[in-house]
Design a protein around this ligand. Structure first.
Ligand SMILES: *Cc1c(COP(=O)(O)O)cnc(C)c1O
Length: 228
C-alpha cells in the first residue's frame, strides 16, 4: 500500500472511533512521524494533502524539511518536535517547529522562551510527562508537573498541552487515562498520546494528537537523513 492509502485507512479508523464516541473528528489531529523516512515517501504524503509532521532530532529535521525545500514549497506545513531537546538546540527548534511537545525542565523552558522572544516567534509547547516514573526516560515526573506548569506560565511560554510515551512493558491505557486526568487538572486542551500500535486506545481515552510513523511509512531506516 502507498503512504496515502495507509493514511486513508488510519483516517477512516479515526473517523469511526470519533463517531462512536460522539467526538468531533477535527478534535483529533494526526501527526505523521517522518523521522528516518525517505524524502519520496514524505513528498507523497505532502502531495496527498497531509501537512502535519513530527520529527525527533533537530539536525535531521533541518535536513528533511529545510534543505529539501519542503518548508518553502508547503507554507502551511505544521511541524511538531517530539524528541528530547537539548537547551543549545532550543533556538533551532523554535525557528523550525510550530509545536514543541517535549518541554520537561525549567532550563528548557527558559531556553525556548528566550529564543521565542529573540525571534519574535511564539511556539506552542506541550509538557512531556514521564507517566511511568522511568529513570532513563525524558519527561517531567508527575509529582513535579504542577511546579513546571507554573514555572512555564510565569515565563509566558505558550503551554497548551501534555504529551507522554508510556513504558513499553505496561498497558498503555493506564498511562493514557492518567495523562488525560493531568491535562484536565491543569486546564490544558491538547493531549498527545498514542502511536502506530495503540492510537485507537489513545483516541478512546481522549487523545487530541496521535503520533504515527511506521503505520503510515513502513519501517524506518537505521540511519538519520543527515547521514544518508
Ligand atoms: C518515533 C516516534 C513515534 C512514532 O512511532 P511509530 O511506532 O512508528 O508510530 C511517536 N512518538 C514518538 C515520541 C516517537 O519518537
Amino acid at each position: 500500500m502507498s503512504v496515502a492509502e495507509n493514511l486513508n485507512a488510519i483516517d477512516k479508523t479515526i473517523s469511526k472511533i470519533c463517531k462512536k464516541r460522539s467526538y468531533d473528528k477535527h478534535d483529533v489531529e494526526l501527526v505523521a512521524v517522518s523521522k528516518r523516512q525517505p524524502l519520496d515517501k514524505i513528498k507523497a504524503l505532502l502531495d496527498s494533502g497531509h501537512l502535519t509532521f513530527g520529527e525527533n532530532i533537530i539536525q535531521d529535521a533541518i535536513q528533511t524539511w529545510e534543505k529539501s525545500g519542503f518548508i518553502d514549497q508547503y507554507p502551511d506545513l505544521k511541524l511538531h518536535f517530539i524528541g528530547s531537546l537539548q537547551t543549545n538546540k532550543a533556538e533551532d527548534a523554535v525557528l523550525l517547529f510550530d509545536v514543541i511537545e517535549t518541554v520537561d525542565r525549567p532550563k528548557l523552558v527558559d531556553a525556548i522562551a528566550k529564543a521565542s522572544e529573540k525571534h519574535e516567534k511564539s511556539v506552542e509547547c506541550y509538557i512531556q510527562v514521564n507517566t511511568g516514573d522511568e529513570p532513563q526516560k525524558s519527561g517531567v515526573l508527575p509529582a513535579d508537573l504542577d511546579d513546571l506548569v507554573k514555572y512555564a506560565k510565569n515565563t509566558n511560554l505558550n503551554v497548551t498541552g501534555l504529551m507522554c510515551i508510556p513504558p513499553q512493558n505496561e498497558p498503555s491505557a493506564l498511562h493514557f487515562a492518567f495523562l488525560k486526568t493531568l491535562a484536565e487538572r491543569h486546564g490544558l486542551k491538547n493531549i498527545s498520546m498514542g502511536m502506530s500500535d495503540d492510537f485507537e486506545k489513545a483516541i478512546n481515552l481522549g487523545a487530541t494528537h496521535i503520533r504515527i510513523g511506521t503505520a503510515i511509512f513502513g519501517e524506518r531506516s537505521s540511519e538519520a537523513s543527515s547521514e544518508r
